[in-house]
Design a protein around this ligand. Structure first.
Ligand code: UDP
Length: 315
């Protein structure tokens, strides 16, 4: 039985995933404390929560430390997450991932809080194994433009499992694959948000490279189901757990679908492929399925329809 005074602290609460997580934790009955430096997050994503009896927001930077609050669970989602945003200040990105993680784990070591870490499919880099299981150690360029995020998140995973081994911290690490949905930043540079925003403006859709690279797109509600399933397991899994959708699409296929749904007949504008852009990505989610029945339900077209609706009204 969950303690009625159960409090969850969410770092990165004003971000895309953080705001959806806060919604879900409040719906579960938690007291939720949202924490964010508002570097890439925005109050607009949590404005509907302000005034909620069980929600409080604290502004601050995780690098400086966590707010002084008592929480049974800490969800660590603090970090710029789109390539455009995390490369804008790479040193801050790296420090957020590693020093921020250290601060979270030190707090958990002292208080016994259960920790959720938002890791990423970027730990696999440009993968040579497809789909990617958790046992694959990845192919990351440690000195390229994506390294601040990839190596930062890898370092954070290292800290998680050292704190688990050395101090017995109850830590659960999700490797999150591409996710989309309402409240994505229209200007965060990600492919889904870019293409939808461009289509709604009647502009041309930007395709990097030849559009043959693949991604697997998970609708945000399905992903948050995975967060909850992982945190509600009675015991922490031995290692990280992939969360994402297995529906794999080329970027060109995605562009055609978005164009048909949001602005039929649009032109494509081919641009240079960014350095170290992964050629293919799809999670092996059999571990999450075996552990807590994880099975994304929302098809891409259905999720895109909901996201396009949101962009029409909010951006
Ligand atoms: N991409 C694209 N057009 C855009 C934005 C991104 O073709 O306007 C490509 C990008 O090069 C990558 C894929 O779409 O191959 C996914 O990019 P995103 O930034 O969404 O996330 P990533 O999976 O690379 O972290």
């Amino acid at each position: 039985m969950r303690d009625l005074s159960h409090t969850s602290l969410v770092t990165g609460a004003a971000g895309f995933l953080g705001s959806h997580l806060c919604d879900r934790l409040l719906a579960r009955g938690d007291n939720v404390i949202g924490f964010d430096n508002l570097l890439t997050g925005s109050m607009a994503k949590i404005s509907h929560l302000m005034g909620h009896q069980r929600f409080a927001f604290i502004e601050g930077d995780l690098i400086e430390g966590l707010p002084d609050v008592d929480a049974a669970e800490i969800y660590n989602l603090a970090c710029a997450a789109s390539p455009l945003r995390y490369q804008a200040d790479p040193v801050h990105t790296f420090r957020t991932s590693v020093i921020g993680m250290y601060n979270v784990l030190e707090r958990a070591r002292r208080t016994g809080a259960r920790v959720f870490q938002a890791s990423t499919s970027e730990v696999y880099g440009d993968p040579e194994i497809h789909p990617q299981p958790e046992t694959y150690n990845g192919n990351v360029n440690p000195v390229g433009p994506r390294a601040c995020y990839d190596e930062g998140k890898r370092g954070a995973e290292t800290l998680c499992f050292d704190y688990k081994r050395v101090h017995g911290v109850d830590v659960r690490v999700a490797r999150i694959f591409n996710t989309y949905g309402p409240r994505m930043g229209g200007d965060d540079g990600r492919v889904v948000s870019n293409l939808i925003a461009q289509a709604l403006q009647g502009g041309s859709l930007t395709i990097y490279g030849d559009g043959s690279q693949t991604r697997s797109f998970c609708y945000v509600d399905d992903l948050i189901d995975g967060f909850m399933g992982l945190m509600e397991l009675p015991a922490a899994p031995a290692g990280p757990v992939n969360l994402g959708s297995t529906g794999e699409f080329t970027i060109m296929e995605l562009a055609h679908i978005v164009s048909a749904m949001a602005g039929a007949g649009l032109a494509f504008e081919m641009q240079q492929l960014p350095q170290d852009d992964p050629q293919q990505r799809k999670p092996d989610i059999s571990l999450a399925h075996a552990l807590f029945g994880f099975a994304p339900k929302i098809e891409l077209r259905e999720g895109l329809a909901r996201t396009i609706d949101h962009f029409r009204t909010a951006n």
